[in-house]
Design a binder for this molecule. Structure first.
Ligand code: U87
Length: 273
């Protein structure tokens, strides 16, 4: 595809996102059945288990963790905030950054109660669920800022927000494929976010497989580039990462709730060359 066509695809995606509704989005994806902590095969507990394992294997460490395309969610940094003293959250949309700031300030005005998430990750860490308040306090201390990001920009975050060598670790969940019109743009975005990461630093990437759209709110249909496992692996390689592990989750029938057409989820742990 020519540069012009690719640019208009990116602009069309940005236009779709203007209707994004954080509160509806949280209801669709972060309540049961997708977030059912009593069930082993529910999607959110699967994601939390992947992240917990990745952050506790011993190879991931340093000072700064950056979450790319946080959206209005916090689950993706609940394990990381135990390993990194500094966490930066980022999103393209101000409405999402506001949702995150409301929780960081006191949680009172939040659209979703993150308590069951905090309790569940406490359990993964071998602590009692009742320790969730300490974990919430730790996360609030660790998050240093909530910044704008654009993965289609060669430098997705303002240069002065990061140390010159880059972050020690990046986490990014469902962002790149949900903001890219095609595979080439997805791969290019992987390269862009890699510039935020130091050499030898880790990328923890979660994303949708076989998805062509999702709803970001009532009537807000957002196109997604459908990916398969082989494409994820080759895009990572092409963008300067070495794959450490790829795990795949297949959505049970009752997890297909009409808010998207996703068939599976991948979790990739990779290292920047
Ligand atoms: C999350 N990380 O929920 N640059 O995990 C940077 C951009 C750009 C841009 C848009 C929603 C897609 C999720 C969070 C938020 C992820 N976002 C931002 C989704 C789709 C499968 C599925 C989903 C969620 C935009 C949960 C589950 C499943 C959003 C974010 C994408 N269907 N970021 N140029 N453009 N964004 O503001 O916050 O990407 Cl379980 Cl299966």
């Amino acid at each position: 595809m020519g540069d012009k066509a690719a640019e208009s695809g990116v602009a069309a995606m940005a236009a779709c996102y203007q209707g994004f509704d954080p509160s509806a989005y949280l209801q669709y994806n972060y309540t049961p059945p997708r977030a059912d902590f009593q069930r082993k095969d529910s999607i959110v507990p699967w994601k939390l288990a992947c992240l917990h394992r990745a952050f506790t294997e011993g190879d991931v460490g340093g000072e700064l963790l950056v979450d790319v395309g946080s959206g209005p969610t916090l689950y993706q940094v609940l394990s990381g905030c135990e390993v990194f003293d500094k966490v930066l959250l980022t999103d393209f949309l101000e409405v999402n950054r506001q949702e995150l700031r409301r929780w960081l300030q006191d949680g009172g005005g939040s659209s979703l109660d993150w308590t069951p998430y905090l309790q569940h990750v406490c359990q993964l860490e071998g602590r009692r669920p009742s320790e969730w308040k300490e974990k919430a306090a730790k996360l609030r201390r660790a998050v240093k800022d909530v910044l704008p990001v654009d993965i289609h920009h060669p430098l997705p975050i303002a240069q002065d927000a990061l140390p010159p060598s880059g972050a020690d670790c990046l986490v990014s969940c469902f962002c790149l494929e949900s903001a890219s019109p095609d595979l080439a743009t997805f791969t290019r975005a992987l390269g862009h976010i890699g510039k935020l990461l130091r050499h030898g630093g880790h990328l923890l990437l979660i994303g949708a497989l076989g998805e062509s759209y999702y709803f970001g709110g009532p009537g807000v249909k957002i196109p997604v580039v459908p990916l398969n496992e082989a494409q994820v692996c080759s895009s990572l390689k092409e963008s300067g990462y070495t794959l450490i592990r790829l795990e795949v989750y297949t959505l049970p029938q009752d997890m297909r709730v009409g808010v998207d057409d996703v068939t599976g989820v991948f979790f990739a742990k990779a290292r920047k060359d």
